[in-house]
Ligand binder design. Sequence first.
Ligand code: HEM
Length: 532
Amino acid sequence: MRDVRAEETNCEDHSHDRCRDLLRYVRWTDADLAHLRALALVARPHFIKITDEFYERVREHEDAHAVLRDDTQVVRLKGTLQRWMETLLTAPRDKTYCEDRARIGRVHVRVGLPQRFVPAAMALMHGSLARIAETLPNAENIRSALTRAIDIDLAMMLETYVEDFVARLEHIQSAESMKMREAFEREVRMRADALERVAQVMVGIDPGGVVLFANKASETVTGFGRDQLEGELFVERFTHASGRDELREAVGRARVDQGGVEWTGTLETRAGHTRLVRWRFVPSADGAIVLGTGEDVTDEQSELERKIRTERLAGVGTLAAGLAHEIRNPLNGALLHVTFLERALARRDSPENEREAVRAVGDEIRRLSALVRDFLVFARPSPPTLRPINLNSLCVRTLSIFEGDARAVGASVRQDFAPEDPSINADSDKLQQVLLNLLRNAAEAVSSKKGTVTLRTRRRPRHALVEVEDDGPGLPSPEAPIFDAFYSTKPNGTGLGLAIVHRIISDHGGTIEVESAAGRTVFRVLLPATWG
Ligand code: HEM
């Protein structure tokens, strides 16, 4: 049973109001009190007998025993019941009376007296006193006053049960709502946590195209902090200028398309790198915002491209490598004869046009044999033999070979090395070939303006970085498949130089990318570090 003592004082004022209303309702007057006081004079000697009978009757009920502990308590209760009769018949119906009745009611609620006992118990008391009233001369008026006095006391007592019921209901409701609120908050927290932990970018976009919220992955992929994403225009942050109209259109379509809209495009990270993101946009359940889920597929895409390239080569490669091998021997023979012919013509002082013709044939044969040589390297690659090497030292050795090429085209060479020579596991011959290919391309790119070629190394947390930079005119089309075999922008190129570079870097578990604009082209090679 809940302890209602704490509420007893709080309810006093209300109980008084209610009690006053009841008195007015039954038209209680001072004359009624006078009638009861007359009854008291006669009834007082019967009080003990009345209470004895009362508790006799009460004890007949099994449930009554539950609230009655022992005989001393019953003796005490008889005393309280006698005092109750005394006040019932003599006390003025003032504030003190009202409060006293409310208190008696609350005591019964507290001890757990079932409500159903109250009217019957009250009827017992009523009956005992009414019988005495019958014997008095003014019996009718006295009975009327007694009935109304008993009714008021009964109503007051029952009122406390209602009061208790309401209080308990409110308590249950508040406990329930507290539980619901906690469950709701827990759910919200869990959902927010899940949003934070997923690898995909997740954003909410309002009808004005502004980012309402962005999860942790949004920060990781874009490099921007949440405060730089939220409140900004979605298309400004999440795609390149060239893709904005398309992306805006896709988000707009998603507002009305329950099925969702997909869009794949690039974004520029805070550090200026390009990431490829595959988006899916859906309207929120209430249609108020658009939810965007984006997956960074940059690595997936380059891996796919690499795979396609490797597969494409594997097919034709074996066949063509065999053919190239067959061509190489006669070609070497032909070159030998042409060289012999050149010398003979020179000795005989032959006409210039004849010598020129033989030289042209020789040049063509030399170009063909360079192509065959490169092709064989490319088509039948041997796996790299990885050994610990010092990157800066390898770069220095490579530059000493490259110096001649640079001088030939009037290019200056700049070296910008990591202060601490990064040690990596690599095949130094193959890596040197990579660097030479890149450096020679760079030298060729700056040849017309006698520009600068820079070779740079850096230690990154998980990679060694090598960059070959030139200040030439830039690649004609940076999106072109420059790492594909036989793709060349140079009139005399074999189209295999960068394909070989790509293959060697991939075989080392590294990556290569290019960034090119007029005045600055950088080939960036990342090789797995032995540190970190
Ligand atoms: C309508 C008839 C009843 C009246 C007028 C009445 C009156 C009272 C009064 C005046 C008190 C003292 C309250 C206080 O000031 O602390 C009291 C307490 C109590 N009453 Fe009643 N009562 C009635 C019915 C019953 C019945 C039927 C039971 C049990 C079956 C009962 C059991 C108790 C108990 C257990 C207490 C707690 C106080 C103690 O143990 O000393 N009452 N009652």
